[in-house]
Write a protein that binds this ligand. Structure first.
Ligand code: NIG
Ligand code: FE
Length: 388
């Protein structure tokens, strides 16, 4: 006997309006049947609604303090992101604000952002550290992320991004030593992260830095991810793939060799149209090459106070179609099954055995979610079979 049987539904994945099934059952927080009438304690009539797997936002920097609205305004009148970073603004400005905030404050600032995502059908969010950039502050940030996972219903994955940039006044090698020799073992011992990420860019870290970090992170059992190709690639994406990265994120400047390396590995390409949009970039990620090579493409909000102050995965979904040329079906796969794959999670697909994370929408077909910008909210969101 299942707990709930949902019927009269149009269950994704068929993005052309044709549903994969019209009913499903849930027991113990998981889908137990799809398309077959199943006895259950509760029968719920979805009245023809489209049912989507819970959306997965697989790349965010959602824990931050302060804001960078002044920097945003300066950029709109011509200031350059990399130049701002070199002058001690950018990421380092948020580092100062985050260090000054206690855990309680950071949790309180992050909760409304998570609620905003949940309201639009997001059920799982990855959150990176990387605004602490010293041992105590990085651990504080990761503890905040773990608390968010316990204190609200969305599923949360924590990623350690100590290698986000070199903190002010520190030598790069000496800082990376601290990341590898002090932070990583402490984070592993406390179970504070699921994955390790690095920003490979001229204003941040190099390919040899990534090789050192990844070797240590792998020894501690962490999944590996990398920010590559945002402003330049220079072999970073291919190197990340060769080192076993589960995802390469940004990729605006990834070339054919980078795409070939991704295709030869299991890496997911995580596209972040919010950063592209806010920075008014013009160099697009190589979507046609990624598609032709069969590389799974995920789409994420990259929610952060600098390059992508965008707390909406639905907006990122829409932008990935308009700005990057994904088809609506690709974009929807990008915020569901491919995003889950970037997290190594079994979410993002509604099938027997998978978590009962889903949302129900009064729309005719899933493609509407990629097409309409704004004004769309689901009537109900479920995580593990529980309605939010
Ligand atoms: O994903 N690229 C590096 N990290 C963030 C930006 C962080 C910031 O500017 O605060 C990103 O775009
Ligand atoms: Fe990022």
């Amino acid at each position: 006997m299942a707990d709930q049987f949902f019927h009269n539904a149009k269950v994704y994945p068929k993005a052309d309006g044709e549903a994969a099934a019209d009913c499903f059952a849930v027991a113990d927080g998981r889908i137990v049947s799809l398309g077959v009438d199943t006895p259950a304690t509760q029968r719920i009539d979805l009245d023809g609604r489209v049912v989507m797997p819970g959306f997965v936002d697989c790349h965010t920097h959602l824990v931050w303090a302060g804001d960078r609205s002044a920097e945003f305004a300066q950029r709109q009148s011509g200031a350059d992101y990399a130049a701002t970073a070199r002058e001690g603004g950018g990421i380092l400005a948020t580092v100062r604000a985050l260090r000054a905030a206690d855990e309680e404050t950071l949790v309180a600032l992050a909760l409304p952002r998570l609620r905003a995502l949940a309201r639009e059908g997001v059920t799982q969010v990855e959150i990176k550290s990387g605004y602490g950039l010293d041992t105590d502050s990085e651990l504080k940030m990761l503890r905040v992320i773990r608390r968010l996972g316990r204190e609200q219903p969305l599923r949360i994955q924590a990623t350690f991004l100590g290698a986000h940039t070199v903190p002010a006044g520190r030598d790069r090698n000496e800082y990376l030593d601290e990341v590898i020799e002090v932070m990583l073992p402490a984070i592993a011992a406390e179970g504070l992260a699921d994955a390790v990420d690095i920003y490979v860019e001229e204003i941040a870290f190099s390919i040899p830095d990534m090789a050192r970090l990844f070797a240590a992170a792998r020894d501690h059992g962490f999944a590996l991810r990398a920010h590559t190709g945002q402003f330049s690639d220079a072999g970073a994406t291919a190197a990340a793939c060769a080192l076993g990265a589960r995802s390469c994120d940004h990729l605006e400047h990834a070339d054919a060799a980078a795409v070939a390396a991704m295709a030869a590995s299991d890496a997911v390409a995580v596209l972040l149209p919010g950063a592209f949009y806010c920075l008014r970039e013009t160099h697009r990620p190589p979507v046609a090459l990624l598609r032709a090579a069969g590389v799974p493409m995920a789409v994420a909000s990259d929610a952060n106070p600098g390059t992508s102050p965008l707390v909406s995965l639905l907006a990122a979904l829409h932008m990935s179609v308009v700005l990057f040329g994904l088809t609506p079906a690709e974009a929807l796969a990008g915020v569901t099954r491919h995003a889950a794959r970037a997290l190594g999670a079994d979410t993002g697909v509604l099938a027997p055995g998978r978590p009962a994370d889903f949302s129900a929408w009064r729309i005719d077909r899933p493609a509407v979610l990629a097409y309409q910008l704004g004004g769309l909210l689901p009537d109900a969101v479920y995580i593990g079979g529980h309605r939010l």
